[in-house]
Design a protein around this ligand. Structure first.
Ligand SMILES: *[C@@H]1O[C@H](CO)[C@@H](O)[C@H](O)[C@H]1NC(C)=O
Ligand SMILES: *[C@@H]1O[C@H](CO)[C@@H](O)[C@H](O)[C@H]1NC(C)=O
Ligand SMILES: *[C@@H]1O[C@H](CO)[C@@H](O)[C@H](O)[C@H]1NC(C)=O
Length: 621
């Protein structure tokens, strides 16, 4: 190589270095951390990526997380850490580690100088409080929850972290011996770490948004309701999961603690001795002591989720419905997918996905009964009658199968989300409230054509997969992804999904009790995407008609899981949620729904005067 070439090469290198904005080693409360600076495209910008920064010390089994003591020298933060210890998909072995409380950070950089005061978005993954990891599933080295697309397209910092799941995250004796909520406390530790440290990465600690999906969406909701996060969270987004979902809170944790104790040979008759014994048991044995039944279930799946957040009187001082005053200054988006219940309905009634197989009224009645245990046969009858009424006009199998999916969507996701949004709005002071329905149809080739957006279908769009792996997607998928990233990151920046760094396809009007406004998100977005009063006649059914039926068994009664042993179902602690106030619909004077609503919308109840808007109730399934 000649002298001139060397000079030119040297100059080019110098220019590249001089123009690359990067953080280098960053000084956090624990010590220095150094990530990777990645160039995006030829003329492009940069992103600084930190993987595996500890936000708490390695946790002790079934104990609250503690602050990390810090380290000497510079911590290389270049690889994802192992997930928190959990069962594999086959449930006969485990993977991950107990030492798992680490987080990852993506910081978008311009070409000249490092970013400052960026909004921060913290991701909380789902997985039924049983499985999951900060990076998500890996397809061809492309992790589902890679923060790069959101960070660079929306010009925000993205943070993701691990939290404990399964028995190690949520086992509780229902008393002070094992209060539970370890996984929720991990989440809080991560949020608090970000609040204290994100400024040195270029983030604005006063503009933290938490967002999550499914159990992560419910976690987001629970974090906004916990007094522990006072002043830490500015905004929140719950995708397909809120604190009011019937699977979000375990009402009878001791029942499940005993199941584990029995399996691993710990005392059952004294929770103090049980707790001591469980804490010194091999954490892998604790994890494998619980198995989620995946076939041959007597009841719907939701009844077998044993290890969930609990009302412990501290992190969650009361039933979530009573805690919305704590979210009065937190801007909130909550929404669902139009067929969120599909994947669960597919497990409980596999025929819905087979065009050649028929479902019967008996099948549907049995499914309904499993969801209406607390109201006995009259609850099952009333619900069955209400949901099958449209079958008189259209008795096609397709219509019946859609009814199955809508029942599960309503119970598991939609109704709880509608109540949560109403409750947030009712309590809001400075905060804004928005809600959406995601309806871009599933691309699963084995599903019938009528299937809409299934549970978790929104994730690939929010995380920009149509851009990260363009060959796997169509242009319409990039349209959907672009819109979602724009709304989500604008919201993180300003509290208004319409205003910020990115243009949006159509204006998203805030939710009010009167308007019932919601944005329908799919490939075709325009002025007609703003709709009103989603399935309000169903909301009315569940919150008024169903609620008025007499309860025959204790709320939260836990069916015995099909493990063979015949331990009787214990009576749950006397819950007071039956005594919660009246529905969000205010007085019952009915007005017609606007024609823009979906075809199922029937008269929408007026909300009455919002100044005296009444608090919603929890549906006791
Ligand atoms: C962060 O939040 C504060 C308070 O809401 C606001 O004044 C400020 O503009 C926000 N910062 C950015 C970068 O949006
Ligand atoms: C609990 O069980 C153990 C062993 O079966 C027994 O020795 C003990 O007395 C029991 N304690 C109580 C409080 O029943
Ligand atoms: C439920 O419906 C079935 C069939 O119509 C009827 O035989 C039964 O008496 C009803 N039960 C209640 C409690 O309404």
């Amino acid at each position: 190589m000649g002298r001139w070439e060397l000079v030119v090469l040297g100059l080019a290198c110098w220019l590249a270095v001089a123009s690359a904005a990067k953080l280098g080693a960053v000084y956090t409360e624990g010590g220095f951390v150094e990530g990777v600076n990645k160039k995006l495209g030829l003329l492009g910008n940069y992103v600084d990526i930190f993987k595996g920064i500890p936000y708490a010390a390695a946790p002790k089994t079934l104990e609250n997380p503690q602050r990390h003591p810090g380290w000497q020298g510079t911590l290389k933060a270049k690889d994802f850490k192992k997930r928190c210890l959990q069962a594999t998909i086959t449930q006969d072995s485990t993977y991950g580690k107990e030492d798992c409380l680490y987080l990852n950070i993506w910081v978008p950089q311009g070409r000249k100088e490092v970013s400052r005061n960026l909004p921060v978005m913290i991701w909380i993954y789902g997985g039924g409080f049983l499985v999951g990891s900060s990076q998500g599933a890996n397809f061809l080295s492309n992790y589902l929850y890679d923060g790069e697309e959101i960070a660079t397209r929306g010009n925000v910092i993205v943070v993701s972290f691990n939290y404990r799941v399964g028995p190690l995250g949520f086992l509780s004796t229902g008393d002070s011996n094992l209060p539970g909520n370890y996984g929720l406390r991990d989440q809080h530790m991560a949020i608090a770490w970000v609040k204290r440290n994100i400024a040195v990465f270029g983030g604005d600690p006063d503009n933290i948004t938490i967002f999550g999906e499914s159990a992560g969406g419910a976690s987001v909701s629970l974090q906004t309701l916990s007094p522990y996060n006072k002043g830490l969270i500015k905004r929140a987004i719950s995708q397909s999961g809120v604190a009011l979902c019937p699977w979000a809170i375990q009402k009878n944790p001791l029942f499940w603690a005993k199941k584990i104790a029995e399996k691993v040979g710990c005392p059952l008759n004294d929770t103090g001795r049980m707790a001591k014994c469980l804490k010194i048991t091999d954490p892998r044995a604790l994890t494998l002591a619980y198995k989620m039944p995946l076939a041959g279930m007597e009841y719907p799946m939701l009844h077998y989720l044993g290890f969930l957040p609990v009302v412990d009187g501290d992190f969650l001082p009361s039933d979530p419905i009573n805690l919305y005053a704590n979210a009065a200054d937190i801007d909130y988006i909550a929404g669902t997918n139009d067929m969120d219940g599909h994947v669960f309905a597919s497990v409980e009634m596999p025929a819905i996905n087979k065009d050649k197989r028929a479902i019967t009224e008996e099948d549907f009645y049995k499914l309904v009964s499993g969801f209406t245990i607390t109201k006995g046969p009259s609850g099952a009858n009333a619900t069955f009658d209400f949901y099958t009424k449209p079958w008189a006009q259209d008795s096609s199998q397709e219509n019946k199968k859609k009814t199955v999916v809508h029942l599960e969507t309503d119970i598991l996701f939609l109704m709880p989300t509608e109540i949560a949004v109403a409750q947030h709005k009712t309590n809001a002071k400075s905060a804004k409230t928005y809600t959406y329905l995601f309806s871009q149809p599933s691309r699963m080739p084995t599903y019938p054509r009528w299937v809409g957006a299934d549970h978790a279908d929104d994730l690939q769009y929010v995380f920009g997969k149509p851009f990260a792996t363009p060959l796997g997607y169509r242009p319409q998928d990039r349209t959907v992804s672009k819109a979602m990233i724009a709304y989500w990151t604008n919201f993180a920046r300003t509290g208004d999904p319409n205003m910020g760094h990115s243009p949006v396809p159509t204006h998203w009007d805030p939710y009010t009790l009167e308007s019932g406004n919601y944005l329908e998100i799919n490939k075709k977005m325009d002025g007609s995407s703003m709709k009103q009063h989603l399935r309000t006649n169903y909301l009315q059914y569940w919150t008024v008609t169903y609620q008025a039926l007499p309860t025959v068994t204790g709320e939260g009664a836990t069916p015995t899981p099909p493990t063979g042993d015949s331990e009787a179902t214990p009576t749950p602690p006397a819950g007071d949620s039956e005594a919660t106030p009246a529905p969000p619909t205010g007085d019952s004077e009915a007005t017609p729904a606007p024609p823009a609503g979906d075809s199922e919308a029937t008269p929408a109840p007026t909300a009455g005067n919002s100044e005296v808007a009444q608090m919603p109730i929890v549906i006791g399934f």
